[in-house]
Design a protein around this ligand. Structure first.
Ligand code: OGA
Ligand code: MN
Length: 293
């Protein structure tokens, strides 16, 4: 394995950026998210997000109000389609959790995101990024994996890339829910109506850097427009496997008080299994992006 690029200091912002793998992920040191960050720090964090796709901030005190404050510097926040998963008094903050309330109901989205996906890609204007904060994390398991869709794009054979350039994926939340989330209460008609299927280009341009990324996922891209349903599905699963080869993946092992901020425009991610005897309590915000092009 080749050596990971070394730490960079952003002088005016007084923060350090330490890449975690060759293609994806960086740890950010020298930022305290319990207080508003400076304009210079904001710019350095934003540039690091675009460059590295996933940013890890360790040992942060991040009550929901500050989570909202930091996230909303990057754009408007979008709450979960299922409103009962929200943190009390913070509709934009969602619990990702296996914890039950005293009525025995799940307080958050349980077993969310176990299949590779990019958050809410089924919206016309999907998420720019997401911020996930660990409150209680199992001592083992429940890692989150992230894949660089820049690296995947760049490694595609030229002929396949040319073919994919003309294609659009069909992103469909009700299909995803029915296929992968049958352990949960079914979506209501009203919830379904908020997320009709949409199409997006399979190769998208990052709006900040101009780099090209693959944009599809096994979890949320049902098929490919104009293609036989099963054939489109096979191609999506093949491209998901290709994109998630170990060299393109960063695996995050959670500690309580970690905040992980990822760019949904250039990465996919998935949750991994853990022993359900452990409590897992995470809080998440999602930041609205623009229509992919
Ligand atoms: C998410 C998600 C993965 C995890 O919050 O969007 O996919 O490990 N989470 O909880
Ligand atoms: Mn997710």
């Amino acid at each position: 394995m080749s050596a990971t690029p070394s730490t960079v200091t952003a002088p005016s912002a007084m923060l350090r950026i330490r890449p975690l793998t060759d293609h994806i992920g960086a740890e950010i040191e020298g930022v305290d998210l319990s207080r508003p960050i400076s304009a210079a720090q904001f710019q350095a964090v934003n540039a690091a997000l675009v460059a590295h796709g996933v940013l890890v901030f360790r040992n942060q005190d991040l009550p929901p109000a500050m989570h909202v404050d930091f996230s909303s510097r990057f754009g408007p926040l979008v709450g979960h389609i299922v409103k009962r998963f929200s943190v009390e008094d913070f509709p934009e903050v969602t619990y990702i959790s296996n914890v039950k309330n005293d009525k025995g109901e799940m307080i958050g989205a349980d077993r969310a995101g176990m299949i590779w996906h990019s958050d809410m890609s089924y919206m016309e204007r999907p998420m720019l990024g997401s911020m996930l904060y660990g409150v209680e994390c199992p001592p083992e398991g429940a890692d989150t994996e992230f894949a660089s869709m820049f690296a995947a794009h760049d490694a595609l054979p030229e002929s396949l890339r040319a073919r994919l350039n003309k294609l659009r994926g069909i992103h469909d939340y009700p299909w995803h829910y029915a296929t992968y989330l049958s352990h949960r209460k079914p979506l209501t008609e009203e919830e379904k109506a908020q997320a009709p299927p949409v199409t997006h280009p399979i190769i998208r341009t990052h709006p900040v850097s101009g780099r090209k990324a693959l944009y599809l996922s096994e979890g949320l891209t049902r098929s490919i427009e104009g293609m036989d349903e099963a054939e489109g599905r096979r191609l999506i699963c093949l491209l998901t496997d290709f994109s998630t080869q170990p060299a393109f993946v960063y695996r995050h092992r959670w500690q309580p008080r970690d905040l992980v901020f990822w760019d949904n425009r250039s990465t996919m991610h998935r949750a991994t299994e853990f022993d359900n005897q452990y409590r897992r309590l995470m809080r998440r915000t999602t930041i609205q992006g623009d229509a992919p092009f």
